[in-house]
Design a protein around this ligand. Structure first.
Ligand SMILES: Nc1ncnc2c1ncn2[C@@H]1O[C@H](COP(=O)(O)OP(=O)(O)OP(=O)(O)O)[C@@H](O)[C@H]1O
Ligand SMILES: [Mg+2]
Length: 401
C-alpha cells in the first residue's frame, strides 16, 4: 500500500527544477517519495528503467540488492540527523550505471524532529578523474605532504636556532655593554693614575699590565657586542676583491708556514655596502680557523671573492636563519682541507664561547655571525669530518661602486 502524500504546492515544484542539472528528491521516514524533480524522474528511468510516483518507496525502485542496501544505509544515516556527502555508483549495468556525488541531509521540523531526508545528486561520471589518474594524484599529493613536512621541520629547526642565538645575543650584548662601561672606568682611572707614578716604580709596571689587560678585555667585549648586533656599523661601498688584496700579507702571517695560502680576488670588482673593519676581522677569523683546522701538517687554504647567484638550493646550505633571497650576492669564500666538522660541532660553532681548541675563546665565529647579520647577509657552510670546510659569506651586492 503506497502512503498518500500531498504533492508539493505547484509554485514550489519549480524550485526543485535545478537549472544546474542537480537531481533532487526527498523521502519520508519509510523511504517514500515526498518530492522529486524532473531530473530525478528521468535519472530513475535511465538507470533503473523505472517510472516513479510520489508516495512509493524509493528502495522498491532500486533494482540491485547491493545498491538498495547501500541506499538504505545512507538514508538511515540522514534520518538519524546526519548531513554528509558521498561519491557512489548506482544503476543497472545493462541500462546505465553512473557515478554521482550525493549530498544527504535530514529534513527537520521546527521542533528539531526528523521528518525525512533530502538528497542532491550531481552526475560526475564524465568529469571525475579516472582511477589511474586518481592514483597519480594521490601519489603526488603524498610526495608533496612528505616534502612539505620535511621543509617545515627544517624551518622549525632553523627557527629554534634563531631563537637560541637571539637570546644568547641579548645576554651577551647586555653583559658586554656593562663590562665595556666598567672597563672604560678602569682604563680612565689608569690614565689618571699613571702620571702620578714614577716610571721606575714597580707600580708603573703593574699599571701597564692592568692597562693591557683592560684593552684586551675591551676587544673581547667588542667581539661580544658584534655578536649581539649592538656594535657600531660604519658602512661604505667596499670592493671585496680589493679588500682581499690589501689583506693578503696579514692573512699569510695568520697561518703556519706549512700551509699554502692562496688569495684569489675576483678579476672584477665585487662591491657591497659594508663596514670594512668588521669584514676584515671576519675574514681574518675565518682564515685563522682554517689554519687551526689544518694544524701543523701541510695543507691548503684558499680565499676568494666572487659574485654568486644564490638560488633556493644554495641557500639551503645557510647555517644561520636568514632573510636572504635568491639573486646575485657579493661573496667571500674561505676553503680549507683541514679536519672538518661533525654535525654536532657544526650545530654549535656560532655559540659564544664554544670552542674545540685548547687555547680558543670561541668568539671568532660568534662575532662573524653578528657581523653578517647586521649586514643582512648569510653564511653558507659545507663541512664534513676529514673533508675540510668551505665557508661562504654572502652580502647584498651593489652592481657598480
Ligand atoms: N674551518 C674550520 N674547520 C673545522 N672546525 C672549525 C672551522 N672553523 C671553526 N671551527 C670550529 O668552530 C669552533 C668555534 O670557532 P670560533 O672561531 O668561534 O672559536 P675558536 O676558533 O675556537 O676560538 P677564537 O675565539 O679564538 O676564534 C672552533 O673551535 C672549531 O671547533
Ligand atoms: Mg676562531
Amino acid at each position: 500500500m503506497v502512503p498518500q502524500h500531498p504533492p508539493p504546492p505547484p509554485g514550489l515544484r519549480g524550485v526543485l527544477e535545478s537549472p544546474l542539472g542537480t537531481v533532487i528528491f526527498a523521502l519520508g521516514r519509510q523511504y517514500e517519495y515526498l518530492a522529486f524533480n524532473g531530473d530525478h524522474a528521468s535519472t530513475m528511468k535511465q538507470i533503473w528503467g523505472a517510472s516513479i510516483i510520489l508516495g512509493e518507496s524509493m528502495l522498491g525502485v532500486i533494482g540491485r540488492a547491493d545498491d538498495r542496501e547501500k541506499a538504505r544505509r545512507n538514508f538511515d544515516r540522514a534520518l538519524s540527523g546526519e548531513s554528509f556527502t558521498l561519491v557512489e555508483e548506482y544503476g543497472d549495468e545493462l541500462k546505465d550505471r553512473r557515478v554521482y556525488e550525493n549530498v544527504y541531509r535530514p529534513i527537520l521540523a521546527d521542533d528539531g524532529s526528523v521528518l525525512g531526508l533530502s538528497v542532491y545528486l550531481s552526475d560526475i561520471t564524465t568529469t571525475r578523474p579516472d582511477p589511474p589518474e586518481l592514483d597519480r594524484y594521490r601519489t603526488s599529493l603524498e610526495d608533496l605532504v612528505v616534502r612539505r613536512t620535511q621543509e617545515l621541520e627544517l624551518v622549525h629547526a632553523k627557527l629554534l636556532d634563531a631563537q637560541k642565538l637571539e637570546s644568547l645575543g641579548v645576554l651577551a650584548g647586555g653583559i658586554a655593554h656593562d663590562f665595556n662601561n666598567l672597563l672604560a672606568v678602569i682604563l680612565g682611572r689608569i690614565e689618571l693614575a699613571a702620571p702620578l707614578v714614577n716610571r721606575e716604580s714597580p707600580v708603573w709596571e703593574h699599571l701597564e699590565i692592568m692597562r693591557e689587560s683592560a684593552i684586551e678585555g675591551r676587544m673581547l667585549t667588542k667581539q661580544l657586542l658584534g655578536y649581539s648586533g649592538k656594535g657600531k656599523l660604519s658602512v661604505e661601498s667596499v670592493d671585496l676583491s680589493e679588500l682581499l688584496r690589501s689583506m693578503t700579507p696579514l692573512l699569510r702571517a695568520s697561518v703556519p708556514g706549512s700551509i699554502t695560502l692562496e688569495v684569489l680576488p675576483s678579476g672584477r670588482a665585487v662591491v657591497a655596502k659594508l663596514d670594512p673593519i668588521q669584514v676584515r676581522q671576519l675574514v681574518l677569523n675565518l682564515v685563522t680557523n682554517a689554519g687551526d683546522a689544518i694544524g701543523p701538517r701541510p695543507g691548503q687554504v684558499t680565499v676568494r671573492s666572487t659574485v654568486v647567484e644564490a638560488d633556493d638550493s644554495l641557500l639551503e646550505e645557510a647555517c644561520m636563519a636568514t632573510s636572504v633571497t635568491s639573486g646575485p650576492h657579493a661573496c667571500i669564500e674561505v676553503q680549507d682541507d683541514g679536519c672538518g666538522m661533525s654535525d654536532v660541532v657544526r650545530s654549535k660553532i656560532f655559540d659564544p664561547f664554544f670552542t674545540t681548541k685548547i687555547s680558543g675563546r670561541g668568539l671568532g665565529l660568534a662575532a662573524a655571525l653578528g657581523t653578517v647579520r647586521s649586514h643582512r647577509g648569510t653564511i653558507l657552510l659545507r663541512s664534513g669530518v676529514d673533508r675540510g670546510s668551505l665557508f661562504r659569506v654572502l652580502f647584498p651586492l651593489i652592481e657598480s661602486p
